[in-house]
Ligand binder design. Structure first.
Ligand code: FE
Ligand code: CA
Length: 513
């Protein structure tokens, strides 16, 4: 064993999982009968000189311990210039431990900027699938940035046909905006037998990730390019807010435990570089990823620190109750000032908010009265207006919000405000539909009527098919394509572009192509 590599890996590993007791207990290389790389490989959070490599070992993914034998496993990893691994750029060893769900995270450094690499893990029993990763450029980007964003992939709701197509696109990056798993069972698209329908333990969360990750199309999408991942609500509990559960029946102590389990399982399964927390329940996943001088992604967490939804959550006529109370928050004070100060300071051509819930309101009551979602930014109007003010002051018409959550596609103008129809345009929000959640889609949500169009002049387009969104970004232009499939409950759907949009940096407005 190369001692220098081993020690430097251990140092990186211990940063990622410090706080786990007995890390230094004996590890060994068990004689695994079959290759345990059934959950694939992934990379994420790229920098000019590296990225995080990920895998998670399992021999039978739906068993609580993945069918592993309870001992730690030492893995070799390597990053090469070529797919045949003829020219290895970096290599080392990493431990997959049962306390962390047999996941392995390697924070690779020492690579060159703006280049494609190939990576894999190895055991005596065999090698993992090969993944591709691209380091970010340093300074000006020589080529356009091409990335896709996705969200909401309820396994049982439908097939990952969209991921199959996504994994064939030319992409430098994929952003996942949350609902990677769902904590409840889905409708009939395809079935999985979980040990329980109700999540109660860390193992239950781990098994949901394993069931999801064993899908070949999702594995191919991860192997294709590095990902930037954030979470939404279903990684823990539907529409939770801070330490308040969906139906308010759980105590704060119970929600704290549930969050700890959900956040730990998320970390174990994601190729992310986030600092450790004293408790998993307080894991801070806000971070930025810069694509050279071209773009900076602000990875937001709109679940952990938000005030409880106003007026009992759901769609509500406004004003109501505490809805407009200025003390209510979406990001929490620390994350909000991190974002606002960051937008003020950062010089990247484009500021990209990797966000969960829609910033632009969708008024669903025709006429004078307004009905808004209490779960989206529209349910936190004072906090939303502070966000809009920061965008307008620091990065007008070079800020793009990418959003998930609602299983439908929307193109929204980001405006100085939404209370008057003449608010100025200061950016664009592209809301992307689900990969599979909700089952087969349709052209429009049934509730989207001409009267609602008139009430929502900032909404340029809507569609309710399944799919993903691709973006091609240069210094001057941002081009967005809505890629959709007509069904997900049976195989064989064709991919198409439902609509395409352009934003010119520095110019207000979103142009349909
Ligand atoms: Fe969802
Ligand atoms: Ca959601």
């Amino acid at each position: 064993m190369n001692r220098r590599h081993f020690l430097s890996d251990i140092a990186r590993y211990s940063v990622l999982c410090a706080g786990v007791p007995n890390l230094w207990r004996v590890t060994r290389r068990p004689a695994l009968a079959d290759s345990p790389f059934l959950l694939g490989v992934a990379s994420g959070d790229p920098t000019p000189h590296g990225a995080v490599l990920w895998t998670r070992l399992a021999q039978s993914p739906l068993d609580p311990d993945g069918g592993m034998d309870g001992s730690r496993v030492v893995l070799d990893w390597e990053v090469a210039d070529d797919e045949a691994f003829g020219t290895v750029a970096q290599r080392g060893r990493v431990i997959a431990a049962p306390e962390l769900g047999y996941s392995a995270h390697v924070d690779v450094t020492g690579l060159r900027p703006g280049r494609w690499y190939f990576y894999r893990f190895r055991l005596p029993a065999g090698a993992s699938p090969v993944g591709r990763l691209r380091t970010t450029p340093e300074g000006a980007a020589a080529e356009p940035l091409r990335f896709a964003f996705v969200s909401c992939q309820h396994y049982e709701d439908g097939l990952y046909t969209a991921f199959d197509y996504l994994s064939r696109e030319e992409l430098d990056l994929v952003a996942h905006l949350g609902d990677y798993i769902y904590e409840y069972s889905g409708r009939a698209g395809r079935t999985r037998r979980y040990p329980t329908t109700e999540i109660q333990t860390l193992d239950h969360y781990r098994i949901r990730y394993a069931a999801t990750k064993a899908d070949p199309a999702l594995m191919a999408a991860h192997a294709r390019a590095p990902w930037i991942v954030t979470w939404d609500d279903h990684e823990v509990d539907n529409n939770y807010a801070g330490l308040v559960g969906e139906n308010g029946m759980e105590s704060e102590e119970q929600m704290h435990q549930r969050r700890a389990m959900g956040y730990q399982a998320w970390w174990e399964n994601m190729p992310v570089r986030v600092p450790r927390a004293r408790s998993w329940a307080d894991l801070n996943i806000t971070r930025t990823v810069a694509w050279g001088a071209l773009a900076r992604f602000w990875v937001l967490d709109t679940r952990q620190h938000r005030s409880d939804q106003a007026c009992g959550d759901g769609l509500r006529p406004v004003p109501c109750g505490e809805w407009a109370d200025p003390s209510r928050t979406m990001l929490g004070r620390a994350q909000e000032s991190w974002l606002v100060n960051g937008l003020a300071r950062d010089r990247a051509a484009w500021q990209v908010l990797a966000n969960q819930v829609a910033v632009a309101p969708i008024d669903n009551i025709p006429g004078e009265a307004r009905g808004l979602s209490m779960d989206q930014w529209s349910g936190y109007p004072v906090a939303r207006d502070r966000l809009l003010a920061a965008i307008g002051r620091h990065a007008p018409n070079r800020t793009v919000v990418i959003t998930g959550d609602i299983h439908t596609n929307w193109v929204n103008e980001v405006r100085t405000g939404y209370d008057r129809p003449d608010g100025r345009v200061i950016g664009a929000e592209f809301v992307g539909t689900s990969i599979s959640s909700g089952g087969d889609g349709r052209d429009e949500s049934l509730t989207w009527t001409d009267a609602m169009r008139a009430d929502n002049p900032h909404i340029r387009w809507h569609n309710a098919r399944r799919g993903y969104v691709t973006c091609e970004v240069t210094d001057r232009q941002w081009n967005t394509r809505y890629r959709t499939v007509p069904f997900v409950t049976r195989p064989g759907a064709a991919i198409g572009t439902a609509s395409a949009w352009r934003v010119e940096r520095g110019r207000p407005g979103i142009e349909q192509l």
